[in-house]
Every structure is written in C-alpha cells, then in structure tokens.
Design a protein around this ligand. Structure first.
Ligand code: TEU
Ligand code: CA
Length: 547
C-alpha cells in the first residue's frame, strides 16, 4: 500500500474551549487551560486537536460569530497563549486544526460595520437588498435558527441576509475580494502552525440566486444556495491557491447533504475538501429536523452507516460534537448500562472506516445535562426552537421534553475532570452549568479504574492505530435487526467481525473467531451477546465462518 496521509492514521479530539478547562476562575475555559491538559490528551492517544472558535467574538453564538479572524478573544487568552499551544502540542506530536467560520462574520466585525454605509467599499462584502415593493423582506427564505433570513438595517434602509442569527450576517461570495480575504485567513493560520481546518457550514457559501424558496417547514430557500457549482469553484480555488501549498487537511461541515452531493465535495480527484461531516447517521431516531423523536432501530443506523461507508472513499467518523446531544444518552442507555453502552458506541466508531473524531467528555461517557428548565439553557438555537414551537401551540411540557433531549447545551456543560467542586473545571462559577453526576463520572475516577470508559477509549484508539484492517479494510454489513448490528472489515487475509447489541436483552448471533476486544471480560465467544455487549472477532483466511 502507498503511504497514507497522516490525517487518516490519527484520531482527532474536538475541544469546545469554553467548557474544557478554566485557568483563571472566570468560569470560562481558556487556552492556558487547554495547555494544562495536553498530557492527558497525549495519554489518550489522539494525534490531532480541533479547537472550536477561539477568535475575537461578541459571543452571540459562542464564538461562531467572529469579529476578528486574526486575534484571540481575551476570554480565551492572548495570541501568545495560542502560539504556546502550537508549540506545546507539537512537543507531544499533536497537530491542531482550527475552526474556519467564513460563511458569515459577526455583525460587530469591522467589515460589517463599514458595510452598513451604502457608499463604503465594504458594502459588497455582504448581501444587501431593498425590501419588497409592498414592504417586507426581499424574499421568503427562513434560516437555520428559524424565522426570516433578512434583517432591516435602519441606517441604510436595506435588509441584510443571515442564514443563522441576525448577529451573523452572511458574506457575499460573488465578490472576489471576499474570497481573497478568506484565502488570507487560511494563510494566516497555516503560517502560525495550524495543520488544517474544520470548515463551518462550508457548502452554503455561494447563493446562486435570491429568488423565493419552495414550500418547506425549515430552511426555506436552501435550494438556491446548498452545494452550488459556485461553491465548488470556491473550494477548488482555496485548495489550489492556499491549502495545497501546506501539509494540511480539511474537514467540511456540510449541511443536508446526501451521498452523491458529498462525493462532489470530498472525493480526492475533485480536489475540494478531504472529508465531510454529514448528519444522517445521527438522525435515524428523529423526524423533522433534530427535535421530533422517533424510535431507534439498529437496522436503520446500520443502513445509513453502510450507505456512507460504501459511498465515500474516506469518512469523517463522529458521534458527538458541540451541536449534538451526548451519544450515550442518544443511542445508548445512560442509566444502568451507561458504561456498557458508551463502550459499545466506541467500538462502533473505531471499527468503521475513516478518521475518528472524539468530542471532549465522550471518552468519559459523559451524559446529557440534568437541567430542569429552559432558563438554565444558554443556546440561541434552543431558545428560538422553543419560541417557534410555542407559536405552533405545542404544550410547554412537550416542548421541554424535546428540547431537553436534543439541545446543543447537552454537550456544552463543563468537562468533568474530578469530584472536586465544579468538577475541577473552574474555581469560579461555570458559564453554563455542571452535570450533577460529576462525582462519579469524571476523568480522575476513570483514570483510576481500568474498566472505565476512558480506558476503553484508550484501548480502541491503540487497537485502530495498530491495525491496517481497521484503518483501511473494506466494510460490509452482515446482519441486522431492530436491536443488533453485525458488520465486517476485511483486509488481505484478515477479517474482523463486529457484533453490537443495542439492547438490554441477551441476543443470539452465530459467528466465530478469536476475541480481539469486547466491552465485557470475555475471552471466547459462543454465539450469544450479553445486554449492550460489543464484541470484535478476528478470523484469518484459513478459518471458516459459520452463520
Ligand atoms: O452548525 C451548522 C448547522 O447547520 C447547525 O444549525 C446545526 O445543524 C444545528 O446546530 C444542529 O442543531 C455550525 C456550528 O457547528 C454551530 O455551532 C453554529 O451555530 C453554526 O454553524 C453557525 O456558525
Ligand atoms: Ca478563563
């Protein structure tokens, strides 16, 4: 086999800086805090860090609204701290990728402030339009955080477009200057030492037309800007002009993509992105968007996973991030089987083909928050969804039930380091809140217990690192039903069979082979899976499988 790029060999760890480690008692995690925990990340075995935004920001969407791309927000530290982080990470052979948020800026960005003046050269950096002749916004589009995408700016009497919050105006990618600015931002961070980018909502940059959208419950108008040819051209240009000149990679967050669309965005010969985050595998138990639940079935998950495993030559594997509920509360059982199911989910993630991403706390089996009412939440999306559902006359109890399950704040509570006050995250008061289960679920306790979820993640990371079959072997689904999934990975003479029981019932699954890893103490497999058991079996060509 040809030597493979380093970003296929390594595991990525996502840090949501404001909730990871506070170093100065203001209740907000920061860069010195991250540096103080690098040894622990190295011990976990990860080789790449992805930092959610640490740039200067007024914080309408926790840093995804940037007011200066070339400066660190004082809450997180100074540029010197960031430079020290690059150096300290490098010492531990950890590379860092930055979050690239270039679909929109903050409304407090200098460009937007200038842009409010009709005669400014910055006017054309954003998308300004007069209202409809009879009054009202220029078109009928609705955004990702609900409501119209247009906000009227009193100063110039025109509307500006924002697919997200009104404090996140969209840049105008019909303007070459904007593309050049984006190139400058990429170069700036690559020159500082970044090893690549996670590219926020990167398939909606280019708005082909501003015509009215088709009827739709959510994001009306998306057909005019999702994965357009103009967007592909921009990605190819960023790649040619900048990215190809550095040893780096990109993973694009691409919204509402199917396999054919994703292929256009990340197949190697296209020379656009290196991988994409899609969402379909996290939505098999949801109806409309993320908020209306439906029953989980293992076979639906395997069907989606198989489609993407077969459809793309390389996948970005993830089960959690700062926008999703905790996976153990989502597809696992965060009660009696928390540890078993967290380990089962780890087994699944690390035995699929692609680059695995672990979100902070996932390696501890952290659960959804235990908040009891909306006022404890901070997330702009949860608040907007609540307001929308209220207008639709959905009763308060049901609204809360759905939001509590799906809110983005589930993943944003403080990292649980120890059983000390505030879980060792801060000596002050955390900006969001701390899960009451930190006394038992925390890094320190799990470090001391070799049967913990943390130790299991270490084991899975090491297992993948040492196995060509797990990294590069072909994937095929073998068998599935409501509760169980079985799939194989094959490479040369070796075959791994992965058996996962997504239920509290004992289940039969007749396969043979030597046990490579299991989330139980077993050393041999006899054809029956315990509740929430995960087993990986290894066979070589000589042996026969019986079904
Ligand atoms: O998220 C993109 C996005 O589409 C979100 O609306 C996501 O689908 C939703 O939160 C799931 O409920 C990215 C960032 O990851 C997110 O944190 C930002 O709020 C958003 O872009 C705007 O920058
Ligand atoms: Ca701090």
């Amino acid at each position: 086999m040809q030597p493979q790029p380093w970003w296929k060999e390594r595991v990525v760890y996502q840090i949501y800086p404001r909730s990871f480690q506070d170093s100065n008692g203001d209740g907000i995690g920061d860069i010195p805090g991250i540096i103080s925990r690098l040894d622990k990340l190295q011990a976990l075995g990860i080789g790449i860090l992805w930092l959610s935004p640490v740039y200067r920001s007024p914080d309408a969407d926790n840093g995804y609204d940037i007011s200066d791309y070339r400066d660190i927000d004082p809450r997180y530290g100074a540029m010197a701290d960031m430079e020290r982080l690059f150096v300290e990470a490098k010492k531990r052979d950890i590379r860092i990728i930055m979050d690239l948020v270039i679909n929109h800026t903050s409304d407090e960005h200098e460009w937007f402030q200038q842009s409010r003046d009709k005669n400014s050269p910055y006017r054309d950096y954003y998308i300004w339009r007069p209202g409809k002749p009879g009054g009202g916004p220029p078109n009928n589009w609705t955004g990702f955080f609900m409501g119209s995408v247009w906000t009227l700016d009193e100063r110039s009497g025109e509307y500006y477009l924002h697919l997200f919050d009104q404090k996140q105006p969209d840049l105008n990618y019909h303007n070459l200057k904007v593309i050049e600015e984006a190139e400058g931002i990429l170069r700036f961070w690559l020159d500082k030492g970044a090893a690549g980018f996670r590219c926020d909502v990167i398939n909606v940059l280019y708005k082909t037309s501003l015509a009215d959208g088709k009827r739709s419950v959510a994001v009306r108008g998306i057909e005019h800007y999702k994965s357009q040819e103009g967007n592909h051209a921009i990605l190819r240009r960023l790649r040619q002009n900048v990215l190809d000149r550095y040893d780096c990679f990109t993973v694009g967050e691409t919204v509402m993509v199917d396999v054919p669309e994703a292929r256009l965005l990340c197949e190697p010969e296209r020379r656009e992105l290196d991988m994409v985050f899609y969402f379909e595998h996290l939505e098999v138990d949801r109806r409309v968007a993320r908020y209306v639940p439906k029953k989980f079935k293992a076979k639906n998950l395997l069907r989606v996973l198989a489609k993407w495993q077969k459809g793309l030559s390389w996948n970005a594997l993830y089960l959690e991030n700062h926008d999703q509920p905790r996976i153990v509360s989502h597809y696992g059982d965060d009660g009696a089987y928390r540890e078993m199911s967290a380990k089962l989910l780890a087994t699944m993630e690390f035995t699929l083909r692609g680059t695995p991403f672990v979100y902070q706390g996932q390696e501890l089996g952290m659960t959804n928050f235990d908040f009891t009412e909306l006022s404890q939440l901070n997330d702009v999306e949860s608040r907007n969804i609540d307001a929308l559902m209220k207008r639709l006359h959905i009763p308060a109890r049901l609204r809360w039930k759905w939001i509590a399950k799906a809110s983005r704040d589930n993943a944003r509570t403080s990292m649980q380091w120890s059983d000390a006050p505030e879980a060792g995250f801060t000596t002050g008061k955390p900006w969001l809140g701390l899960n009451g289960n930190y006394k038992s679920i925390n890094y320190q306790a799990e470090e001391a217990d070799e049967h913990s979820v943390l130790h299991y993640y270490r084991r899975m990371i090491a297992l993948r690192a040492g196995s060509e079959t797990l990294k590069y072997g072909a994937f095929s689904p073998l068998k599935t039903n409501r509760r169980v999934m079985v799939y194989e990975r094959t490479w040369k003479d070796e075959r791994y069979v992965v058996l996962l029981n997504f239920s509290a019932r004992m289940t039969k699954a007749a396969y043979t082979g030597e046990v490579v890893v299991a989330n139980t103490e077993r050393t041999a497999y006899g054809g029956r899976l315990e509740p929430w058991e995960a087993v990986v079996l290894r066979q070589t060509k000589a042996e026969e499988t019986k079904e």
